[in-house]
Each structure stands twice: as structure tokens, then as C-alpha cells.
Design a protein around this ligand. Structure first.
Ligand SMILES: [Zn+2]
Ligand SMILES: [Zn+2]
Length: 66
């Protein structure tokens, strides 16, 4: 167990880019950006369930299909 992990809410797989993740943009109420990034969703976030066009916009991206 390490106590030196960066403090990120949940399990972000790419904390360096967390500020551009939909999860964070939603919290920041950046609705324009959120709408842009989720226009044509192909990926879903395993953390929060947000859907995005590209996996780079999610903390824990997975393919969006049922
Ligand atoms: Zn993130
Ligand atoms: Zn998320």
C-alpha cells in the first residue's frame, strides 16, 4: 500500500489529462466542451458512465456497445 498516490477522485487511468476528461469538465460545468465531446459517443467511462467521442476524453474508457 502506498500513500504517495496522486489525489484523483476515482480511478483515473490518465491523471495527467484529467482536466480534459468529460468527468472533470462536467464537474466544472463546461457544458460547451461536454456537448462537443459527447456529440457522437463511441466510448463510455467506467467511472462515471459519461459517454464521449474519443477515449482520450474519459478516465476509464471502454467501448460503447451493448
Ligand atoms: Zn480523468
Ligand atoms: Zn468518468
Amino acid at each position: 500500500m502506498s500513500d504517495r498516490l496522486p489525489i484523483v477522485d476515482n480511478l483515473c487511468r490518465n491523471p495527467e489529462n484529467h482536466k480534459v476528461h468529460l468527468c472533470e469538465l462536467k464537474l466544472a460545468k463546461n457544458t460547451d466542451k461536454v456537448a462537443q465531446l459527447s456529440e457522437n459517443p463511441k466510448f463510455v467511462c467506467g467511472n462515471c458512465g459519461n459517454k464521449a467521442n474519443k477515449e482520450g476524453a474519459l478516465c476509464a474508457p471502454g467501448p460503447l456497445d451493448v
